[in-house]
Design a protein around this ligand. Sequence first.
Ligand SMILES: Cc1ncc(C[n+]2csc(CCOP(=O)(O)OP(=O)(O)O)c2C)c(N)n1
Ligand SMILES: [Mg+2]
Length: 391
Amino acid sequence: MTVESTAARKTTRRSSGAKRTASASVKKGQGAEPELVQLLTPEGERVQHPDYDIDLSADELRGLYRDMVLTRRFDSEATALQRQGELGLWASLLGQEAAQIGSGRALRDDDYVFPTYREHGVAWCRGVDPTNLLGMFRGVNHGGWDPNTNNFHLYTIVIGSQTLHATGYAMGVAKDGADSAVIAYFGDGASSQGDVAESFTFSAVYNAPVVFFCQNNQWAISEPTERQTRVPLYQRAQGYGFPGVRVDGNDVLACLAVTRSALERARRGEGPTLVEAFTYRMGAHTTSDDPTKYRADEEREAWEAKDPILRLKAYLEKAGHADAAFFEELETESETLGKRVREAVRAMPDPDHMAIFENVYADGHALVDEERAQFAAYQASFADSGAEEGK
Ligand SMILES: Cc1ncc(C[n+]2csc(CCOP(=O)(O)OP(=O)(O)O)c2C)c(N)n1
Ligand SMILES: [Mg+2]
């Protein structure tokens, strides 16, 4: 994967300059921050919102908490596996659990998801086994799951391109007369891509049943959001003729309520919605990145106080919705998941080296055939030299 090249260049260029604080820079460029839709404060207080409310049982609240805890556990296990040399790369979702679990749990089974490469929490909600996400990052397959089994498309590395796929798919859903919806995940950096602009235009004009879910985690590798936009991202929707809403991306209840409402709107045939989940990438862009080179520690510390998991925990405890036994059992479940993931990754067989040439063209292609033959000869040269040495 070549996703790191930009990081390496920017890091070098910035290393002598001052570190940036994304939120401060955004304020400077855009004036006061607009209000977020919020249903749970960072302190775990439940608050009301006139347009978005949600009534969840204690069981459902515990379910959301469990989803976030297990997703974070899986994510940290994957980071550790990369450090141990078991994965080539990992893109952590640390800090974005509420945005992903809230939106993921708003979906119906027949809805279709087009993710980026960081949507491990959404994958969890769709029932994609976490171990299936790791094959690509270990380099043993090109994806690892059948998108149509869980209506969860393969991870997409080409920034922003999945918004076009989602729009086309949603236009097809509308033509079929189905009442399901489509959701496209993308980042603040992706919002600068032409693909995203085109998908906004097409989805608006064709009234496609699609929700654009932008996780504004404040950074696109080492570029702060101020380099992507001069207006809050959710306001972009207005120019295309559909609604945009900014939600507290660290508030799982608000993310669930806002996404559910946008999906229902799509199902009613009222077209797309842009949801900007205002959140923070707590970790590095990927395991190949070092954010201490370009951003200030204080920024991360300020966001730590808004941790999505801690705020729901505080609410569950205060409201008496979960007891000590629940948290202990979840801890045990987390450890079991971590162990299962670790063992599954280590047991993944290496692929046949020639398999990389498969599934490129349905009917074959002269250039691929030539490359396959060259690679086969190259592989065979090792066998020959081994035989020579053995003589
Ligand atoms: C078309 C394209 N251009 C550049 C890249 C390199 N690249 C990989 S991730 C990334 C930043 C994406 O930032 P953002 O959309 O905010 O998503 P995040 O990684 O923060 O989740 C870039 C530029 C790429 N993968 N694809
Ligand atoms: Mg980003």
